[in-house]
Design a protein around this ligand. Structure first.
Ligand code: RM4
Ligand code: NI
Length: 293
């Protein structure tokens, strides 16, 4: 059984789902999952970060998000130090769509974690020492606010954390490394596809939203996701079907109708093609994973 960490164990203040955990050093840590997300800022040394079946060497300056649903941990540590900022992603709700305006936000916080295995973590953010210092300074200020609990510390620590997220997101957009350039160009489009999982999208609509030529869009999608935009959207839709099958009693016909499929046979065929199972078998077997993206 993989250990699932609970929010109660790690957040000291139920009104502030934000905590800075200095890991100096980060010791080997067994595979685990959790509800909260983690913003990991590697400040020194190196080590292996494992997630799912993948293993990545991480080192100083690396900055990445862990969405707690996937089992992960650390191993083969050599002087690895990091700041693990744990937070509830709902914290972003209070600022509406302001973060969404930064392309790098979609890339860094939503899609790089999900597409990490496709390009072997080539799209991670890595900061040079001068910028890392700036970031670590911000992290320390957040930490102090939470620790000292002066008047208004909830507000101040959230504001500083949002500043950090804004800074890193911008930094992601403006990076010159190829993997990051590619992902920031399509991250907003990926979010658009996900926000429209409950209906069919034509390539025309996707192109119009994307503002890229068809050949550029196809090339960037293949490279970053392994699929064409239409295929990727289809997979996101099937993933959504999986979620609804798991979390509701709706019939297959109802689900097909809700998600805008022409008919339920058509949905079932697509479901089979993507997952290798029928919707009903999928529902019966809780050990089956969500459709891969
Ligand atoms: C560990 C490690 C894990 C994190 C826990 C809270 O040291 O950083 O990833 O989930 O702390
Ligand atoms: Ni974790």
């Amino acid at each position: 059984m993989i250990n699932r960490l609970t929010n109660n164990e790690f957040f000291s203040d139920p009104r502030l789902y934000l905590e800075v955990l200095p890991r100096t050093p980060q010791i080997p840590y067994p595979r685990h999952t959790h509800d909260f997300s983690e913003l990991v800022i590697v400040s020194g040394g190196e080590g292996i970060h494992f997630i799912g079946d993948e293993e990545y060497l991480i080192r100083s300056g690396d900055i990445f998000i862990i969405q707690g649903e996937r089992a992960h941990g650390y191993d083969h540590i050599e002087g690895l130090t990091l700041y693990n900022i744990i937070f509830d992603p709902d914290l972003f709700n209070s600022i509406g769509e302001d973060l969404d305006e930064i392309r790098g936000y979609h890339a860094l916080f939503k899609w790089e974690p999900r597409l990490r295995s496709v390009n072997n973590f080539e799209s991670r953010l890595r900061l040079p020492p001068s910028e890392l210092d700036y970031v670590l300074n911000l992290v320390e200020n957040i930490e102090k606010e939470i620790e000292k609990k002066r008047e208004g510390y909830r507000l101040m620590s959230k504001v500083l954390f949002l500043e950090l997220c804004g800074f890193l997101s911008r930094r992601y957009t403006h990076s010159s490394r190829q993997g990051l350039v590619d992902l920031s160009r399509i991250a907003g489009i990926l979010t658009f596809l996900e926000n429209n999982v409950n209906r069919f999208l034509s390539i025309g609509e996707i192109l119009e939203m994307a503002g890229l030529s068809e050949s550029t869009l196809q090339r960037l999608f293949r490279k970053t996701t392994g699929f064409s935009p239409m295929e990727y959207h289809k997979r996101l839709r099937i993933r959504k079907v999986c979620e609804v099958l798991r979390h509701s009693d709706k019939t297959v016909t109802e689900i097909a109708y809700d998600l805008g499929y022409q008919d339920s046979n058509y949905m079932t065929r697509q479901f089979r093609a993507v997952t290798g199972h029928t919707p009903l078998n999928y529902r019966k077997d809780p050990s089956l994973p969500l459709a891969a993206e």
